[in-house]
Design a protein around this ligand. Structure first.
Ligand code: SAJ
Length: 441
């Protein structure tokens, strides 16, 4: 099929859309294209994901406004079908790839899922198909490994027998559907004409700018936008450490710095978790790691990865100043997900804190209203603890019963990892308060 014919089919919503990878990205994108009238075939290798979609239910917990209802609607209307069988993708004229693209503990990108998806797709895709990678990848991956794999498996050639594009996702757990529709997207095409076809496709679901470019630029923009945020957060964290050392209130310092035009100091905190920020800086650095002496990105990652260990330092200091033995103390961690009001625990700073405290011989209890394993009555959970550590600013923690908490604790010590509580108010309630960035202890 010629590109113009494909563009016409997309404009008429006659093109069948395949989605590979039914995860945080794949499910919302499959649902919204089905919602606007396309026939969508979702493929995954995990049967529980396929079953969940078939049942019209999103497999993620947490608050995903509207997702369950939308899934049920498009599945019952027969516009979204889910399957384990890649062969079904031979019916698609457009295939979106949204599989995981992690980095390992040595910061090496592990694109096994992407390679396998490309192999399976290449073997079944029909001539004239448009393949669009939505996963976040190292710059150079799509025109490299993905293109080579698709060409090898299909026996075809890019821009002759199939077309290739990149449209990086911009989603955030808790706002999957709204972000998808409201955030602008970069459309990188293997040719300028392909980029224009991407715009024709995404215009159906995105009510924001669709910026046309080439494949490598699109890969760079995505990894850089998150590396930029990572850097901003690392700066805020290093300033917090300076303010602690100099006895200043780093949160007040930040507030006043941001009054200066063009400043936007981010929030210092107990660490940087999640499925995007911690890995995207490494994805960006990987292709040039042997060509350039990268100094900033490794430093940024080191600063942010160190913050859970700074929380350990604050906990130990609080216990020592209360003349409690560090070894035999019990620590209650409030918040285990990587971010407020969501149940996603990927790369959670609390997991690092908990592991290190246990390694040091302390007893650790965890509460998190969003994470099944740690739900339950907070007062009961923290009873007998010597120190309370706030790691995630869940909305539930804005209305705590402090009198009950204080009497349940063995000692009224608080270490605040997110500038979440008001130090003055906590001290008036009889707590000894410590916090990231709080130089007054
Ligand atoms: N964090 C800080 N200080 C900050 C902001 C965040 O310590 O000032 C921590 C959070 O506690 C969390 C981690 O960083 O542990 C990541 O937080 P995040 O707000 O960046 O949330 P993510 O990981 O869901 O980021 C996503 C990204 N969006 C996409 O990749 C499409 C990011 O680019 C967005 O800026 C962010 O959502 C958002 O705010 O929408």
């Amino acid at each position: 099929m010629q590109l113009l014919e494909l563009q016409r089919k997309i404009s008429a919503r006659e093109a069948v859309i395949g989605v590979v990878g039914l995860g945080y990205v794949g499910i919302p994108v499959a649902a919204v294209f089905a919602q606007v009238g396309f026939r969508v075939i979702g493929v995954d290798i995990q049967s529980e994901r396929v079953e969940s979609v078939r049942a019209g239910q999103s497999p993620f917990g947490g608050k995903e406004p509207g997702l369950d209802r939308l899934l049920a609607e498009v599945v019952s209307a027969g516009r979204l079908q889910a399957t384990l069988d890649y062969q079904a993708l031979s019916q698609a004229q457009v295939v979106l790839v949204a599989v995981e693209t992690p980095v390992d503990s040595h910061q090496i990108p592990r694109f096994r899922a992407l390679r396998s998806a490309s192999q399976s797709l290449g073997a079944v895709m029909r001539p004239g198909v448009l393949v669009v990678v939505e996963s976040t990848v190292s710059p150079g991956t799509v025109d490299g490994m993905v293109r080579e794999t698709l060409e090898r498996e299909s026996g075809g050639k890019v821009n002759v027998d199939f077309w290739l594009g990149v449209c990086p996702e911009r989603v955030m757990p808790g706002k999957l559907l709204s972000n998808l529709k409201s955030m602008s997207r970069v459309c990188g095409g293997s040719t300028p004409e392909v980029a224009a076809v991407l715009k024709t496709l995404y215009q159906w679901v995105v009510q924001a700018d669709l910026d046309l470019t080439d494949i490598v630029t699109a890969e760079l923009v995505k990894t850089i936008e998150n590396a930029y945020r990572d850097t901003q957060i690392a700066f805020a964290n290093e300033i917090a450490l300076i303010c602690e050392a100099l006895g200043a209130d780093g949160w007040r310092v930040r507030e006043l710095v941001n009054k200066s035009p063009g400043r936007n100091m981010h929030l210092p905190g107990a660490g940087v978790g999640g499925h995007c920020i911690p890995k995207d800086s490494w994805l960006l650095a990987y292709p040039v790691r042997e060509k350039l002496p990268l100094r900033l990105i490794p430093a940024v990652r080191a600063i942010n990865d160190d913050m859970p260990y700074h929380m350990v330092h604050l906990v130990k200091r609080a216990l020592e100043l209360a003349e409690l033995s560090v070894k035999n103390s019990r620590v209650a961690i409030l918040g285990y997900s990587y971010r407020e009001d969501c149940d996603d625990v990927r790369n959670s700073p609390s997991a690092v804190l908990r592991e290190e405290l246990l390694r040091l011989g302390l007893e650790v209890v965890v509460h998190d209203p969003w994470v099944t394993e740690f739900q339950g009555d907070l007062v009961e959970r923290i009873t007998g603890s010597d120190v309370l550590v706030l790691m995630v600013g869940h909305s539930d923690y804005q209305t705590l019963e402090w009198d009950k908490i204080k009497s349940a604790l063995h000692t009224p010590l608080i270490v605040d990892g997110r500038g979440f509580f008001d130090p003055k108010q906590m001290r008036e309630l009889g707590f000894v308060y410590y916090g990231v960035g709080r130089g007054k202890g």
